[in-house]
Design a protein around this ligand. Structure first.
Ligand SMILES: C[S@@+](CC[C@H](N)C(=O)[O-])C[C@H]1O[C@@H](n2cnc3c(N)ncnc32)[C@H](O)[C@@H]1O
Length: 283
């Protein structure tokens, strides 16, 4: 595997897809640290390839975003890495990553019993798969399937068209994607997830008790040149009632405080409190 091979890409992920590059930037930085919390050998390749094809002005916007959200992004990555491995070990042999972006878990986590489905837009996969191919990436999962779908439309039908089996317990990942949907769209996605979830299935998502984008984060983003371009794409997702609403939809919840998690990982950061990671199990 040569993750530094130059990829031939003609366009960066479009629309909200560009935000996936920011998360890859955070993962690349983290992976280079001696005290790293995880290692993503593909993240830097995504960043290098994107830098060449981003629209003018996008690169500084993404850098500004990473400055603000680095801790949150890497703590979240580590937490969800562990969540996926534990869920697979507990019998969820299907993993569906919603709004997968440049998530390379299917190529880096030790889950040889799992079939991983990644859902995102065609422009994201056009970019991602070219970079992964140049790096010679091979799945560490049993299989990895790219499902080109818009979550605002019928992603469930697209999944079914790729041999996804709702009778098998599934681990769902909604990492950094629901905020790009309106409340109605996000509830529709989570409702469909519930309908496709056999007993024992799991779901992870991030929750904030504050309405809309975190006000402190929003203030910081708006006062950071360029970062507001990214903030402007946020629609709010499940919102402050989202966690309790999910609990009312046939899920049993476990809540992990983001600030406490940062401290547990040896990375306390004053920007982490105010949010939670919610892991839900289908009852
Ligand atoms: C901030 S990135 C997060 C990517 C990845 N989950 C991670 O944490 O690295 C948001 C991702 O959600 C995807 N996304 C946003 N709205 C979407 C939609 N309506 N349908 C499919 N994907 C969407 C974007 O294309 C982008 O890849």
């Amino acid at each position: 595997m040569d993750s530094s091979a130059a990829a031939s890409v003609s366009a960066a992920p479009a629309g909200a897809g560009v935000t996936s590059v920011a998360v890859a930037m955070a993962r690349a930085l983290e992976s280079a640290r001696p005290d790293r919390m995880f290692h993503d050998p593909y993240a830097q390749g995504f960043v290098d390839a994107a830098k060449d094809v981003l629209e003018p002005g996008e690169w500084p916007s993404l850098e500004a975003w990473v400055d603000l959200f680095y801790s949150r992004g890497v703590v979240r990555t580590r937490f969800i890495d562990d969540y996926v491995c534990e869920a697979v070990a507990a019998g969820c042999r299907q993993v569906v990553i919603l709004g997968a972006g440049l998530d390379a878990r299917a190529f880096r986590l030790p889950v040889p019993d799992a079939d991983v489905y990644e859902v995102d837009t065609p422009s994201v996969f056009g970019f991602k798969d070219a970079v992964l191919a140049a790096a010679g990436a091979q799945p560490t999962a049993r299989s990895r399937t790219a499902v080109r779908a818009d979550l605002r439309e019928d992603f469930a039908a697209r999944l079914a068209g790729h041999a996804f089996d709702p009778a098998r317990p599934t681990a769902w990942v909604a990492e950094g994607v629901l905020p790009y949907l309106t409340g109605e769209q996000a509830r529709k996605v989570v409702g469909d997830v519930g309908r496709l979830s056999a007993p024992g299935s799991r779901l992870v998502f991030e929750h904030s008790d504050k309405a809309g984008p975190d006000p402190r984060a929003k203030d910081a983003a708006l006062s950071t040149p360029g970062a507001d371009r990214i903030s402007a794409m946020v629609r709010g997702g499940l919102g402050p009632e989202g966690r309790d609403w999910v609990a009312s939809q046939g899920w049993s919840l476990h809540v992990t405080d983001r600030g406490e998690l940062g401290a547990r990982y040896g990375r306390p950061d004053k920007r982490l409190p105010g949010g939670q990671f919610v892991t839900a199990t289908r009852v």
